[in-house]
Design a protein around this ligand. Sequence first.
Ligand code: ATP
Ligand code: MG
Length: 344
Amino acid sequence: MTETLAVSDLWVDYRTKSAWASAVRGVNLSVGAGEVIGVVGESGSGKSSLALAIIKLLPANARARGKVDVLGKDIVGLPSKDAHLYRGAGMTMIFQEPMTSLNPVMRVSDQLSEAVVSRREHHKLEMFRSDSVSVPRGPDPRFSMGPERRAPPSKEAVEALRQVRISDPERTAAKYPHELSGGERQRVMIAMSFLLRPRLLVADEPTTALDVTTQAQVLSLLLKLSRDEGTSIIFVSHDILVVGQVAQRVAVMYAGEVVELGPTEAVLHNPLHPYTRGLIGSIPGGFKGEKRIEQIPGSPPDIMKLPSGCKFNPRCKFAMDRCRVEETALKEMEKDHFVACHLY
Ligand SMILES: Nc1ncnc2c1ncn2[C@@H]1O[C@H](COP(=O)(O)OP(=O)(O)OP(=O)(O)O)[C@@H](O)[C@H]1O
Ligand SMILES: [Mg+2]
């Protein structure tokens, strides 16, 4: 069976004034159909760079090396101008601030209707089954309307808003994004995902800006999407507890590398990497009342000045001579549970 996503030896580099610096360093990751995988790590660990490389939305000063196969097709080599053909029904993304993805001058209903059209086009083209990807796709004149034209919200759009538990879907559909709360905007983004039925959804800190109750509702909607539509989800968060609520597997990133990967239960209850233990320890009160482990001292390294050997060694209380010179690689310690650490 083809995996929804297979990332192999992926590097993401940014051009800075003086040189290239790597924010993602040799990441390997695969995601099966309907699987929810969490990516967790401190600020600057490369989570968003990985997410953007997967969805092919890296900024202009970045380059990706390696392979990102989405349903068996490598998108790293795909020209950026063709990338939109893979987004939509193939893959889609939701960000921390949904305003960046919503069109400010289009009513919610029109944006949702566009998602329906986009899905139909993708399914007609069978993007991920045929080899021809260079089909021109201009804006659909029916839906490229300015703010003054107003079509009644389609049944499908209203139904999608109902699905994400927006209380007055008809009224909300007639609004513009700026007239909605942050939580409502995020729900609209998820409603759009329900309409697109993508094979892969990349969610980068989708609940970070939301209050705890709204966060819980958005998380359960994402789970519903993966269950009902078989959508694979990459869920990015700095919060390992949030990730633990939704993901079946967790990848822990440090300085651009995956340092631990395994089933959520194993990673949270039997963390192997000193960094993962530190992340869990730095949750106030510790995980589920377990003995509180001290916080990780220091801060993550600047990608321009990475230490040699294990990138975590300057902050690790178990660091040995070997850790300062020899790079680490993932090793399987128990079934499907990998760690990159010289302690093992
Ligand atoms: N456009 C860019 N140009 C240069 N460096 C960048 C750019 N974007 C990100 N970086 C650098 O790449 C590294 C990884 O950043 P990234 O945004 O991927 O981390 P992150 O894990 O998503 O962090 P956060 O939790 O703060 O969102 C950081 O050192 C960051 O400064
Ligand atoms: Mg980020």
